[in-house]
Design a protein around this ligand. Sequence first.
Ligand SMILES: *Cc1c(COP(=O)(O)O)cnc(C)c1O
Length: 370
Amino acid sequence: MLLTPGPTPVPEFVRKAMADVTIHHRTPEFEAIFERTRNLLLEIFDMPEAVMLASSGTGAMEACVTNLTHKKALTVNSGKFGERFGKICEAFNIPFSEIKNEWNTPVDVNAIVETIKNDSDIDAIFIQLCESAGGLRHPVEQIAAEVKKLNKDIMIVADGITAIGVEKVDTTNLDAVITGSQKALMLPPGLSMIGLSNAAVEKINSRPTGYYLNLASEIKKQKTNTTAYTAATTLIIGLGEILSHIKNNGGFDALYAKTALRARATRDAMQAIGCEIYPANPANAMTTVYTEHAPEIRKILKTKYNVNIAGGQDHIKKLIFRINHMGLVEDYEASWVVNAIELAMDELGLRPFDGAANKAFAQTMFKGNE
Ligand SMILES: *Cc1c(COP(=O)(O)O)cnc(C)c1O
């Protein structure tokens, strides 16, 4: 059972759709598939423009940094992925300021506001909706609203790789929203997507930048249902399948509600057996537990209970474990994981087994909170 927060398992109906013969990308057949997928993508982003790129998520992060920063970037680092925006700026000699916090701490809205008030060079802000390194949710929508009140020309770029497809994101004040194929969208890795505001499109077109990751040329092509270079046809076919499947089986809002409930039930289960939830403001993409026994618990889960969950990275590599909630996870899978964690804790002598995790999970998931 693969329950890591990316990659996530690819459903059978998607694998089957992608198993057909490769079609040429410059054909009316593929353009029709592209158009259908593009329209579904515009719908899930709830934004006026979108592009698909043949790259992992980091390619889209790089494209946003290079195409949307004309003067100076502000990056938010509460984990590995926020740190990456700064590293991209460094790689391109783009000036940037960084607001850094511990990996369980969301950025303070006022810290952003004060920074942009004191530095008029900043013309783009880069932040994660969910910082997957610790599973925290940043207050991106509030930040965007405050920043736009001060200066509507500052671009707000949100990395939503573990948020799009997980929760309804209010994109009203966002200029670019990034996602990737292998997390909530349940596809193999290799495709990234960016939702764009009209202001972002204008800024991109005012100074086209780069070659392969030149968003101005991609926007121009993709509006006509083709791509500047060879499209990742197989992955785009898969994306169309998964998005239309979600739309035709209850819709996006039902998926978001189900994911939120399963995330809450999992957190309740973990707390019922004395586990500490790591982030101060947990996102619904994953449940992150802080424990120095994380490596032993993960090992027992893998060898004895056939469950693969993720550990941490860098300084918290051995101090957290992360349970995925993204994608089409079955309730019985989540329920099995919390049960297995309780059994592992019993085996390690941390807490005698009494079924409290599963009971709390079932209570929240199926019986309402009281
Ligand atoms: C996984 C992830 C990425 C990077 O994705 P790659 O596909 O590995 O390049 C970026 N941001 C967040 C928040 C992620 O979870």
